[in-house]
Ligand binder design. Structure first.
Ligand code: MD6
Ligand code: FE
Length: 208
């Protein structure tokens, strides 16, 4: 439900166009190198086992993963190759240190890959032990409609467009805000050959 009285929670920050075209291209190249070493997979919902439409991979000490049996969690090795995740690209670390307002480094860079009609349902990011750190998100490629709500699933929501190079921060009271991707607007960016959208979310997982 969209609501005229919607106001984002404190700690929500949007930096439109923080990354210029050159920084988007170099970050994309680094992400493609991560994907070559750590191939994307489709995680499955706990219990139902239903495959998520978004393909994923990770960089950093921890990778976010989910399967039917064990549900949402962080794992230190790729579920298929059993190798440790590649390092978080420097260009992504630089974004974290510029906007996170948090002294310690992120430990996970989740890579979400959207093709065709992939979308992400309304959810909270709550699998991390450290809730004092924000989640920092970087968008590359096609525009997407991002939906933001409150800390209750029943709170009103609003959707807005995220474009390539935009950086979004969920910290403070907004750290546990519900959010999701309604849809990707195909053909709105030429950054990724073949189209689609890539979203990176940087997270601190453990408490320092
Ligand atoms: C996406 N983003 O943009 C999905 N989570 O594809 C997220 O789930 C997200 O953008 C936490 C903080 C910021 C985000
Ligand atoms: Fe999220």
């Amino acid at each position: 439900m969209d609501s005229a009285d919607f106001a984002p929670l404190p700690g929500f920050r949007l930096f439109p166009g923080l990354l210029d075209a050159a920084r988007q291209r170099s970050l994309l190249e680094a992400v493609q190198a991560v994907l070559a070493a750590a191939p994307a997979y489709h995680a499955c919902m706990p219990k139902s086992g239903q495959k998520m439409s978004v393909a994923m991979s990770n960089a950093g000490r921890f990778g976010w993963y989910s399967d039917r049996e064990h549900g949402y969690r962080y794992i230190e090795r790729h579920p298929e190759t059993d190798r440790p995740w590649p390092a978080i690209p420097e260009a992504a670390l630089a974004v974290w240190h510029a906007v996170a307002g948090y002294d310690h480094a992120p430990e996970c860079c989740l890579i979400n890959l959207y093709r065709d009609t992939a979308k992400m349902g309304l959810h909270q990011d709550r699998d991390e032990a450290e809730m004092a750190a924000p989640v920092v998100s970087i968008s590359l490629g096609d525009d997407a409609l991002f939906r933001l709500g409150g800390t209750s699933r029943k709170a009103s929501t609003r959707s807005f467009k995220l474009s390539s190079g935009d950086v979004l921060v969920l910290g403070g009271a907004a750290r546990l805000a519900y959010h999701g991707i309604d849809r990707v607007l195909g053909g709105t960016s030429r950054l990724i050959s073949g189209g689609g959208r890539i979203n990176l979310t940087l997270r601190r997982v453990t408490r320092p």
